[in-house]
Design a protein around this ligand. Structure first.
Ligand code: HXC
Ligand code: NAP
Length: 291
């Protein structure tokens, strides 16, 4: 059921959506569904060859229209060029999905200043660059409605060891989401975020679970519902938040992680490992203290 598309046909008909990092991984999955729902999508990343391949594949698969534009989100001029290319091709833009990210695991003390900056620059400065360029445009032309959707993670609010630059940057993106939801609502701009739990992709798994870490730390075991996420589940949520069906949702971060972060947080969640037979004995021991 959860691998099935959720919204009705045409839910994003003629919407123009820009997806950063749209040529691979989760960005590509969300792009695919936006196209299936009738949107025109601009995909951007640093690797033009990858984008061109994705464009051909996605247009064939969905019958939609894709514009591929090379852009390093760290560079504001390149971001402005994406906006211009979008307007030249489609005449308008309705939605921005800040999905591009950089990340890798490392003890923080092993990072050079440039390594830390690199992740902050892609995630926080990149999302800021796109948000500012597109937001200014929408405000300038008095577009009645538009949407910004930011992909963060659950450690944007818990923090996480060994991915400190990413956690720091994603926390900033979440703060920006909530701040602009209030400040820019008067211009018809909604800002929301999605915090995904583990959704296997090559980009993330190669950098976060390299080598045999994949087998050592089975991500499924961290998730109360007992599995990792399906790309279509995330695409369903993203399409909903991009569409007018979610017009009253603004400034929200929606977690889609099967309960993963809460399992790590609850004080007594480790009691999950107590076998059923032991509970009789434990109850007896607790009750006996009353006497
Ligand atoms: C320590 C490292 C390093 C590593 C790079 N650096 N990898 N330091 N350990 N493993 C250092 C380099 O030595 C350099 O510092 C600096 O970081 C920049 O490296 P470059 O390779 O020059 O950067 P660049 O080519 O811009 O590549 C950026 C990148 C790369 C982030 C390092 O991994 C990338 O392109 N990532 C994009 C895709 C991605 O990361 N996807 C995963 C998203 S997953 P010096 O000092 O030597 O110059 C995600 C999920 C979160 O966010 C939640 C999961 C549940
Ligand atoms: P991914 O495939 O590595 O996606 C990252 C994308 O960002 C790539 O398309 C990459 O393309 C692009 N990118 C990186 N640096 C860029 C830059 N400087 N300028 C422009 N584009 C850049 O990983 P993913 O798993 O799909 O991640 C997508 C999003 O989901 C990220 O925001 C990530 O933090 C978030 N997320 C993922 C998971 C998960 O379990 N997978 C969990 C929580 C959150 P190029 O390399 O071609 O530039």
């Amino acid at each position: 059921m959860y691998t099935k598309p959720m919204l009705k046909e045409g839910s994003l008909k003629d919407q123009v959506i820009v997806v950063t990092g749209g040529g691979s991984g989760l960005g590509k999955a969300m792009t695919t569904y936006f196209l299936e729902l009738g949107a025109h999508v601009v995909i951007t990343s640093r690797n033009m060859e990858k984008l061109e391949k994705a464009k051909i594949e996605l247009e064939e698969k969905t019958g939609g229209t894709v514009l591929a534009v090379q852009c390093d989100v760290r560079n504001y001029t390149e971001v402005e060029a994406v906006l211009q290319a979008t307007l030249d091709k489609f005449g308008k833009v309705d939605g921005l999905l800040n999905n591009a990210a950089g990340n890798f695991i490392s003890p923080t003390e092993r990072l050079s200043a440039n390594a830390f900056d690199t992740v902050i620059d892609i995630v926080l400065k990149g999302s800021k660059n796109c948000t500012l360029a597109f937001g200014k445009h929408w405000i300038d032309i008095k577009q009645p409605k538009s949407t910004i959707l930011n992909i963060v993670t659950t450690y944007a609010w818990t923090g996480s060891a060994y991915v400190v630059p990413s956690a720091t940057a994603k926390a900033g993106v979440l703060a920006m989401t909530r701040s602009l939801a209030v400040e820019w609502a008067k211009y018809g701009i909604r800002s929301n975020a999605i915090a995904p739990g583990p959704f296997p992709t090559e980009g993330a798994w190669d950098r976060l679970l390299p080598g045999n870490l994949k087998d050592k730390f089975d991500m499924k075991k961290k998730v109360p519902v007992g599995r990792v996420g399906e790309h279509q589940e995330l695409a369903n949520l993203a399409a909903y938040l991009m569409s007018d069906f979610s017009a009253y949702i603004n400034g929200e971060v929606i977690t889609i992680d099967g309960g993963e972060w809460l399992k790590g947080a609850g004080e007594f969640n480790m009691l999950e490992d107590v076998p059923k037979e032991m509970w009789d004995m434990l109850e007896m021991m607790i009750r006996s203290k009353k006497k």
